[in-house]
Each structure stands twice: as structure tokens, then as C-alpha cells.
Design a protein around this ligand. Structure first.
Ligand code: ATP
Ligand code: MG
Length: 338
């Protein structure tokens, strides 16, 4: 396993005091590795933004330590913090561009703050706009850009100080699915090419499955679960994880009493379509898909599917034993008696 770049130990954050205190974060422990894309997911109010703001000390933790690239952030002076923040930059849902400045000048801004000579800053800004695919928009103002283009400028600006970590707080939440996909692809590409560690904060599991290797689930200010995305998807072991991974759930109780069904769990074998097809073709048994909440990750299926079995007990038994013989699949009979 590669080295840690962010270590969060026993972090708590409480807003206010006494009866009205809000315990936004409680005893958070995370270890984010150099060069990975780490996801932090949770419902609204879970504490995601507070957590990410504690990483670059925009928010001062109430207790605990935050170590970024070997520096204990909580121990730094304001001046040292300003320097450290060049290594930990951030993009937001609302882009936060300077509206009175062109794209080029937006990207130059953090370099101006560091005292980089104007000509050198401009050269680097042009390169960065090129990297995010917006070379031709250098002289445009943010108001002349689409949401996806604004986020690309914000990404270019965030990269201007060659950060080691890029924090993304709901960076795609204001974008349509196609634009979201293109921004996620860009982040993945930058991670691969520049080696920048990316921390993705989101309430959408689809964002996590698209680009993250590991994920922490934040629920009510605590980490409910953390691990490899594949493991969390296939075996969400807490209610918080199950709510996020399979928000719809699939229940036989929606069907008429007496419905004989099987709950099939896919644990990362091949896609599920071949199973349904081969039941029909090889066995001549037709099953109904009563409900499904499955996802394909890298061509592997995860999730559960509820299949209605034929009324004929022999056919039903044949189907069941066939399903149970499949690799990476487990099956549990369910019958609803009303
Ligand atoms: N400055 C503050 N003062 C008081 N309470 C705050 C402050 N900032 C956040 N909180 C509270 O802390 C909790 C976590 O908020 P946070 O913004 O971190 O949630 P979130 O997971 O980012 O939610 P969302 O998905 O809606 O952005 C909430 O109960 C919120 O009201
Ligand atoms: Mg938030």
C-alpha cells in the first residue's frame, strides 16, 4: 500500500456550545493514500463539507489531528497554513470564479498570490487551460461559459499551485449527467497524469462508482463504514451504507401474497443479464424480474435482484439450483404470505 497523504485522527467538530451545540463530526479517523481518488459520501447534513473544510483548516477542528503530507495542519501558524493550502486546493459546487476576471486571469490569481511573475503565471495558466480543454476560452468571462466549462476553469485554477491534494466538494452536483461524466473523466485523467490525490465529496453513489477506489460513508457526523468501493457495494454492512448504495431497496412485500421469489445477490461476478438469459435458453424456465437494484462496476455485477419463480414446483427447484450453481451469486428463497 502506498504512503498516506492525509491522516485524520480522532477529529471532532462542534459548532456552538451548550444546549444548542451541533456535533457535526465525532471521532473521525481516515487515512487517505498518496495518489488515490478517495470518496466521502453521505446524506445532506452528514458533515461532509465540514470534514473537507477541516482538511485544509478552513474550519478549525474542535479536537483531533489532521496531518497532510507529513504536516500537522492543526499546529501551523496562519502564515504556514497559507503556504500549506497551496498544496491542498479545492473546487466547489458553485465554482466560485471571480466574475470580473477572464478565465485566464482567474487561473493566474492563485499564482499572483504566491508572487509568481506575471509572464510566468500567464504561461502556466495557458497550459492549464489547455489541460482542461479550454484554451480557446482564455479571454472569455465566466458569465459566458456553461456550468461544465466554469468547473473546468475552477479545476485549472485549483491546479495552478501544483497541489498534492485536490478537494472536490459536490463539484458535479450542479451539472447534468453528461457534463458530470466529462468532469469526472477529467478528474480521473488529472489524477493519473499528475498524480494529484483527489478527495471527492458527494451525496451520489454514481459519482463514487465512477472514479473512486476507496470510500468512507459519513452518517450523522461519524464514519459508518470505509473501505474499497467494491467491498462496500457488494456487502454494505451498516444501515447507512445500505441506504446509500440501494436507496430503492427491493421488497417482495410489494407483490401479491403467495408470490414465490428468490433474492439473488450478485457479488462481483459477470453481468447479470447472462444469468436470466441462460435460465430461459438452457433450462427453458422463465423467471420474472420483480425488482432489481444492481450496478455494474468494471463489467461486474453487484447488488440484488428479486426474481419471481414459476408456479410449477419442479421448474422452480430447477431454476433455484441453477442460480445457486453460478459463481459469485448467492440466492435466498423468499415467500410473501401477506
Ligand atoms: N458554521 C456552522 N455553524 C453551525 N452549524 C453548522 C455550521 N456549518 C455546518 N453546520 C452544521 O453541521 C452539520 C453538518 O453540515 P455540513 O455542511 O458539513 O453537511 P454536508 O454533509 O456537507 O451537507 P450537504 O450535503 O447538504 O452539503 C449540519 O447539521 C449543519 O447544520
Ligand atoms: Mg456540503
Amino acid at each position: 500500500m502506498s504512503e498516506s497523504i492525509i491522516q485524520i485522527q480522532h477529529l471532532t467538530k462542534t459548532f456552538g456550545e451548550g444546549d444548542t451545540a451541533v456535533h457535526a463530526l465525532e471521532d473521525i479517523n481516515l487515512d487517505i493514500k498518496q495518489g488515490e481518488i478517495f470518496g466521502i459520501i453521505g446524506l445532506s447534513g452528514a458533515g461532509k463539507s465540514t470534514l473537507v473544510r477541516c482538511i485544509n483548516l478552513l474550519e478549525r477542528p474542535t479536537s483531533g489531528t489532521v496531518i497532510v503530507d507529513g504536516k500537522e495542519m492543526t499546529a501551523l501558524s496562519e502564515k504556514e497554513l497559507r503556504l500549506a493550502r497551496r498544496d491542498v486546493t479545492m473546487i466547489f459546487q458553485s465554482f466560485n470564479l471571480l466574475m470580473q476576471r477572464t478565465c485566464l486571469k482567474n487561473v493566474c490569481f492563485p499564482m499572483e498570490l504566491c508572487g509568481i511573475p506575471a509572464a510566468q503565471a500567464k504561461k502556466r495558466a495557458v497550459e492549464l487551460l489547455e489541460i482542461v480543454g479550454l484554451r480557446d476560452k482564455a479571454d472569455a468571462y465566466p458569465s459566458q461559459l456553461s456550468g461544465g466549462q466554469k468547473q473546468r476553469v475552477a479545476i485549472a485554477r485549483a491546479l495552478a499551485t501544483d497541489p498534492k491534494v485536490l478537494l472536490c466538494d459536490e463539484a458535479t452536483s450542479a451539472l447534468d449527467p453528461t457534463t458530470t461524466a466529462s468532469i469526472l473523466a477529467l478528474l480521473k485523467d488529472l489524477n493519473a497524469k499528475l498524480g494529484v490525490t483527489v478527495v471527492v465529496i458527494t451525496h451520489q453513489m454514481s459519482v463514487i462508482e465512477e472514479i473512486c477506489s476507496r470510500v468512507a460513508i459519513l452518517d450523522g457526523g461519524v464514519v459508518a463504514e470505509q473501505g474499497d468501493v467494491e467491498d462496500i457495494f457488494s456487502h454494505p454492512s451498516t444501515d447507512a451504507a445500505r441506504r446509500l448504495v440501494y436507496p430503492g431497496g427491493v421488497s417482495v412485500a410489494q407483490y401479491p401474497a403467495g408470490t414465490h421469489a428468490v433474492r439473488v445477490a450478485f457479488n462481483g461476478g459477470t453481468a447479470y443479464q447472462p444469468l436470466i438469459a441462460s435460465l430461459a435458453i438452457d433450462l427453458g424456465v422463465k423467471v420474472n424480474i420483480l425488482g432489481a437494484d444492481t450496478r455494474n462496476i468494471d463489467g461486474k455485477a453487484f447488488g440484488t435482484m428479486l426474481l419471481g419463480l414459476p408456479d410449477d414446483p419442479n421448474e422452480a427447484a430447477k431454476a433455484l439450483s441453477y442460480i445457486r450453481s453460478q459463481p459469485n451469486v448467492s440466492a435466498e428463497e423468499v415467500e410473501y404470505h401477506g
